[in-house]
Design a protein around this ligand. Structure first.
Ligand SMILES: CC(C)=CCC/C(C)=C/CC/C(C)=C/CC/C(C)=C/COP(=O)(O)OP(=O)(O)O
Ligand SMILES: O=P(O)(O)OC[C@@H](O)CO
Ligand SMILES: [Mg+2]
Length: 241
């Protein structure tokens, strides 16, 4: 079976609680060359805010996925290509590993399993709200990160492994260790990507780079540069094979 993210190099993560830069539109976001949009954030996500982003982005060619931060914010909307449901492998509170998922499945009947996929997060920035929220143990060496990645792929069948440094640029050595540990699963990297160089570097050590804050802080021109960095790194990896 093949999955859409196997062809992606770059994702733009849109926080429905934050605005775009003045004068920019969601059409501009869709024209950056990014391969997919992930809509979600940790704080203050409401149904109205989610719907507003879906409404504004669904008409373009770029696939859109919701990434819910808790079961209460999932939107049932045919225009979404699917749902990317996090599970945090290094959370201390099991609610963020399987508990929230159990609650979700218990309250929702008729989940669309064909459009529902999981992302195995390894949360690495202790100062991020996602680390606090999930009580993640971020003190992980490169070997630890690689081992989590391998466990996620081989023992838990995860198709997407996500090394998450949300808000800060990560350690390329740890990201590379996760990448090397995987056979077929797709490695997402996110955190602090802010220009061509940073996207290019992490693009060399992962399959897909995820860009979040930059869109809301700097805007679409900056995001476009990161698309170029990620695409150039990916093209080189393909050439090297
Ligand atoms: C079962 C369902 C439907 C949901 C559970 C989902 C889980 C386990 C969520 C855990 C938290 C998580 C990994 C959320 C994903 C989104 C994310 C990392 C957002 C980053 O949040 P920001 O609001 O940008 O905050 P920081 O950058 O400060 O971390
Ligand atoms: O906001 P940034 O630091 O780009 O991080 C992107 C993403 O991994 C957040 O979940
Ligand atoms: Mg963030």
């Amino acid at each position: 079976m093949s999955y859409p993210w196997e062809d992606w190099d770059h994702i733009t993560k849109i926080d429905p609680d934050k605005d775009l830069v003045d004068g920019e539109t969601f059409e501009d976001v869709c024209e950056t060359g990014t391969d997919a949009l992930e809509i979600g954030g940790t704080l203050d996500i409401t149904e109205e805010k989610m719907e507003r982003v879906i409404e504004a982005t669904a008409k373009y060619d770029v696939p859109i996925y919701q990434e819910p931060s808790n079961p209460g914010v999932v939107i049932d909307d045919e225009r979404l290509d699917g749902y990317l449901i996090p599970t945090v492998f290094n959370a201390s509170d099991s609610f963020w590993i399987t508990g929230a998922h159990k609650e979700w499945v218990r309250i929702e009947d008729g989940l669309d399993w064909d459009r529902t996929h999981t992302e195995a997060y390894i949360v690495m920035n202790p100062d991020s709200s996602v680390a606090e929220y999930t009580e993640a143990d971020t003190d992980q060496s490169a070997e630890d990160v690689a081992s989590f990645a391998r466990v996620a792929e081989k023992m838990f069948g995860q198709k997407i492994i996500y090394v998450e440094y949300s808000g800060t640029y990560g350690d390329p050595e740890k990201v590379a260790a996760a990448h090397d540990a995987l056979d077929d699963s797709t490695l997402f990297y996110g955190g602090g990507i802010h220009d061509y160089e940073s996207a290019y570097e992490m693009g060399q050590h992962s399959d897909v780079v995820v860009v979040g804050n930059l869109l809301h802080d700097e805007g679409v021109d900056a995001v476009r540069e990161t698309v170029e960095g990620a695409k150039d790194a990916s093209a080189e990896l393909v050439d090297a094979e």
